[in-house]
Design a protein around this ligand. Structure first.
Ligand SMILES: NC(=O)c1ccc[n+]([C@@H]2O[C@H](COP(=O)([O-])OP(=O)(O)OC[C@H]3O[C@@H](n4cnc5c(N)ncnc54)[C@H](OP(=O)(O)O)[C@@H]3O)[C@@H](O)[C@H]2O)c1
Length: 347
């Protein structure tokens, strides 16, 4: 464990060395981990557990995910089962269906929870918004969470590259007295790097805000605003794209990731530094009230309701594909398609 202190606030970080993988295997020796769902998280977490030699099976409905699981070498009747059969066999149920799918499958999953089982989530959504989802676990099970801070694809690629991905963990219910051990052992089994503690509530509120704001929604909004202004003033698509996106992702963001914003600023021209230092507070002042509005909308359940309603509709996938197509057909991303192909590694 590592104690860290940031601005007087202390936190305990759990590192891989605190729970070596052999120790995790001992702690989970009598468990059957059933991963329900084979989307990006189910796949990344499942393959990492399998590669590390844990006793893991999949529970998947037939169709797209089932076919993907077969392609990945899961064996029908041995390690690959229909969702209900896997839920029946598992002692730790990793509930990794889509958040809308979790609502639909809950009565079945609940009826397959036995005394002392553990119910595991990678998002606090189902539990925190239980008034809308109906997901209320019985008292005689552990309820735990491990939320990797990245997409399921990254969970897998970082593991394959020998690095982990940071994750948060939370214990909602400790019926057996082993919830913490089960939670942390599973976190390292799925390929986490270091872990920080959270609650189901904090995880879902920060996650929904993050993806709506800086991580995804605000990112697209900011890129598009700048691209459009440059184009409206007669700049070419190449120039607008390079000044908005290519330079950000290929050159400047990696510097921020490496050593912070001050380091990136320090490695830019004095003219760039002056402008960025002057304009950053103006953007903060304009954007902060919008982030606050978004946080309130998360907190009062509006965002959850919107997500549940849209993701539960029959034609969800068709509508989603149409909206994503609209994004990809924006000139900015059409320019991206052409210009990415001109990167030296693609020539
Ligand atoms: N993606 C991320 O970046 C991320 C990061 C951290 C945490 N999480 C959390 O991890 C969980 C899983 O997310 P995800 O992105 O991996 O998956 P997802 O794409 O949201 O879910 C896909 C899986 O759920 C199955 N499914 C959906 N509805 C179902 C139903 N009614 N019955 C049975 N199966 C059903 C799908 O099967 P089909 O293929 O047959 O439709 C597929 O296997 C969520 O709680 C999510 O919030 C996600």
């Amino acid at each position: 464990m590592k104690e860290i202190e940031i601005n007087g606030i202390k936190e305990t970080i759990v590192e891989r060395s605190d729970y070596p993988i052999e120790q995790c295997k001992e702690k989970l020796a009598d468990e059957v981990t059933a991963i329900l769902g084979y989307g990006p998280q189910g796949r990344g977490q499942g393959l990492n557990m399998r590669d590390q030699g844990f006793n893991v099976i999949l529970g998947v409905r037939r169709g797209r995910s089932w076919d993907k699981a077969l392609e990945d070498g899961w064996v029908e009747g041995k390690t690959l089962f229909e969702t209900e059969e896997a839920a029946h066999q598992g002692t730790i149920l990793q509930y990794l269906l889509s958040d809308a799918g979790q609502i639909a499958a809950w009565p079945m999953v609940k009826s397959n929870l036995n005394d002392g089982d553990a119910l595991y989530f990678s998002h606090g959504f189902g539990i925190v918004f239980h008034k809308d989802t109906g997901i209320v676990p019985p008292e005689n099970v552990d309820v735990i969470l491990v939320a990797p801070k990245g997409s399921g694809l990254t969970v897998r690629t970082h593991f394959q590259a020998g690095r982990g991905i940071n994750a948060s963990y939370a214990i909602k219910q400790d019926y057996t007295g082993r919830a913490r051990d089960r939670c942390i052992s599973t976190a390292f089994a799925i390929g986490s790097g270091h872990l920080f503690e959270t609650t189901f509530e904090d995880e879902v509120h920060s996650d929904l805000t993050g993806e709506r704001c800086v991580l995804m929604g605000l990112l697209q909004g900011a890129f598009l605003a700048q691209y459009e202004v440059l184009r409206e003033h007669g700049h070419s698509p190449s120039e607008a794209y390079n000044e908005t996106i290519e330079e950000a992702l290929q050159s400047l963001y990696p510097l921020v990731s490496e050593k912070g914003m001050d380091w990136m600023y320090a490695n830019c021209s004095t003219t760039a530094q002056r402008g960025a230092l002057d304009w950053a507070p103006k953007f903060r002042d304009v954007i902060k009230p919008l982030v606050e509005e978004c946080y309130q909308s998360v907190l009062n359940g509006t965002e959850a309701k919107i997500a549940i309603d849209s993701n539960s509709s029959e034609d969800y996938r068709e509508k989603l594909e149409k909206e994503l197509k609209e994004v990809s057909s924006q000139e900015m991303w059409q320019a991206g398609k052409v210009l990415r192909n001109l990167r030296p590694e693609n020539l």
